[in-house]
Unconditional design. Sequence first.
Length: 171
Amino acid sequence: MTKIIIDAGHGGYDNGANYMGRREKDDNLSLALAVGEILADSGIEVGFTRVDDVYQSPVDKARIANQQDGDFLVSIHRNSSPVPNTYSGVQTLIYRDGGVMAQMAENINQEMAQVGYQNLGTDLRKNLAVLRRSTMPAVLVEAGFINTDADNVLFDRQFTETAQAIADGII
């Protein structure tokens, strides 16, 4: 049976990006738990790097995921830009191009586009420890821009659909 490890980015004293009182770590955890629940209801084994508001370094997150012996790691985040309301959409980051990681990233983006997020594509990020240190194929989903009002409206109004889209992209 396939096992998916879900990482809720940031946590504890690391809020991630902030915008108008909204903290990335909170959105990440809510979405990660919702995606995990959908996957589990679909018969997929799920593990989490965190299920509450605790700090873990990106290296710790990869280590925790690796210890759970998963088949795939999906790290959930929200994007941010230097100037609010400049960019909008979903982007999925990968460590290495090609293969199952790239396909999963594309699948997630396509499913999110059906919910209404602009598909900003995938991008290689060799410097992200959670991806680099993972012993399993890993992707990092940037589920809309936390400092773009339209993305926050979409995230809030279609939260269940957003979680379902990520789960469908993984499946």
